[in-house]
Design a protein around this ligand. Structure first.
Ligand code: NDP
Length: 449
């Protein structure tokens, strides 16, 4: 058996050789294998089974052309994808992203992360991710509908309630899921739980919209309790102003935190007095209803807009990156630490660069990775699948109690596998190992397939 350092070096070299043009994918895998190769070295049961090699080679990748017509009658072409990473513990499950930056590297990283994240929830869901390089910004409702219908015209043959269950992600919310589900229902001539994040009138779960943001704050409060601290009165920086960011802000404010920033791709707003329910309603109106820019918030309330900037230079005890991948670089992490940040909980997927994570951990910042912190969204998607199968509707309160329990459970699993000798919890390591064990055990039981 090789020593772990050699194993890591060789694994990374091979990963680069196999995936030369996929930096985000390599980043996600590299972050995980630093914890898993030593873990496997210490656990003979997992040795020589090529588990990491199998997990980092998706089961299947589907890529296809999406042709659609804009309102002016022009024919437009985009590229669509579905990456089905691993279904060892349940049907493939993961969101669909619409953003011009979408490419195979980003979707492979997301599908890989999703596999471990879904495992952490304790629910029977495999990992997948999909999307298209389509930019919904500035498109009419009719254009978005035609695009969604064209995408599903191809994708529908590869998904299904027991095969692969997509949901939303960046650029895909209730409107887009509705259009995609409508087309899927027509083509398959069946009403099933094939999508989650559906409207509550047609099979969606109460609490799904809020679940990712609320879940991130629930796990944050577990971390604070672990450290005998309270979220009330703490200053919180949040990036993004989409689904995850806004509901993370809402729950943090409800629990007494002072949330001072939100952002979009144009820059960030800083409200030194902190957001409240009325101010968050204004953000929801601007970003969800009008699909407008966050800087307009400053027309309504006393706040600063910092064009083209990220919020990490504002002093606060807690940071919740909730926008996109790699939005915290090492220089941002340095600034956060210097300004007294003690907790960083990832609402987004992989918002923190690897060297920035190293700096945070070396500075003893309590860092919770996205695969643990934002798992509340897919967890409630799992609950939506259950309700669809049972033909039942649970109340918002029932769903919220289950979400809270799942987030508490994830915290416990991370603590079990990430505790260090001095009591510090390396949540990243804990999440990687706990997520891996369940998938690996299933893979061993299922044989070489
Ligand atoms: P939304 O599309 O609702 O919101 C995304 C937000 O991030 C917007 O404010 C957007 O600004 C901003 N943003 C997107 N790309 C960039 C960029 N390149 N630079 C700066 N800002 C950017 O997405 P979600 O809230 O759903 O997703 C946010 C993150 O959370 C993603 O990493 C996603 O994978 C992750 N996630 C989402 C889950 C969910 O349930 N929705 C579940 C788990 C993880 P603008 O409006 O200007 O585009």
């Amino acid at each position: 058996m090789k020593d772990s350092a050699t194993g890591i070096t060789e694994f990374i070299a091979n990963l680069e050789k196999q995936n030369p043009h996929e930096p985000e994918f390599r980043q996600a895998v590299t972050e995980v294998i630093h914890d898993l190769i030593p873990f496997i070295a210490a656990n003979p049961r997992y040795q020589n089974k090529m588990l990491l090699e199998r997990l980092s080679e998706p089961d299947r990748i589907i890529t296809f052309r999406i042709s659609w017509m804009d309102d002016a009658g022009n024919i437009r072409i985009n590229r669509g994808y579905r990456v089905q990473n691993c279904n060892a513990i349940g049907p493939y499950k993961g969101g669909i992203r619409f953003h011009p930056s979408v490419n195979l590297s980003i979707l492979k990283f997301l599908a890989f992360e999703q596999t471990l994240k879904n495992s952490l929830t304790g629910l029977p869901m495999g990992g997948a991710k999909g999307g298209a390089d389509f930019d919904p910004k500035g498109k009419s409702d009719a254009e978005v509908m035609r695009f969604c219908q064209s995408m599903i015209l191809e994708l529908w043959r590869y998904i299904g309630p027991d095969t692969d269950v997509p949901a939303g992600d960046i650029g895909v919310g209730g409107r887009e899921v509705g259009y995609m589900f409508g087309q899927y229902k027509r083509l398959s001539n069946s009403f099933t739980g094939t999508f989650t994040g559906k409207g509550v009138d047609f099979g969606g779960s109460l609490g799904r919209t809020e679940a990712t943001g609320y879940g991130a704050v629930y796990i944050l409060s577990e971390v604070l309790i672990q450290n005998k601290e309270d979220i009330a009165g703490k200053r919180v920086l949040i990036s993004g102003s989409g689904n995850v960011a806004v509901y993370a802000a809402e729950k943090a404010v409800q629990m007494g935190a002072i949330v001072t920033t939100l952002s979009d791709s144009g820059g960030f707003i800083y409200d030194k007095n902190g957001f409240n329910a009325e101010k968050l309603a204004c953000i929801k109106q601007l970003k969800f209803t009008e699909r407008s820019r966050i800087e307009k918030y400053c027309d309504h309330f006393d706040a600063e807009f910092h064009a083209g900037k990220k919020p990490w230079s504002i002093p606060a005890e807690i940071a919740l990156p909730c926008a996109t991948q790699n939005e915290i670089q090492v220089v941002d992490a340095r600034t956060l630490v210097d300004n007294g940040c003690k907790y960083l909980v990832e609402g987004a997927n992989m918002p923190t660069a690897i060297d920035a994570i190293s700096l945070l951990l070396a500075s003893r910042v309590h860092f919770v990775p996205g695969k643990a912190a934002n798992a509340g969204g897919v967890a409630v998607s799992g609950l939506e699948m259950t309700q669809n199968s049972l033909r039942l509707v649970w109340s918002a309160r029932e769903v919220d109690i289950k979400l809270h329990d799942i987030m508490r459970g994830i915290h416990q699993k991370c603590a079990r596998h990430g505790s260090e000798a001095d009591g510090f919890i390396n949540y990243s390591k804990g999440a990687n190992i706990a997520g891996f064990i369940k998938v690996a055990d299933a893979m061993l039981a299922l044989g070489v397939v």
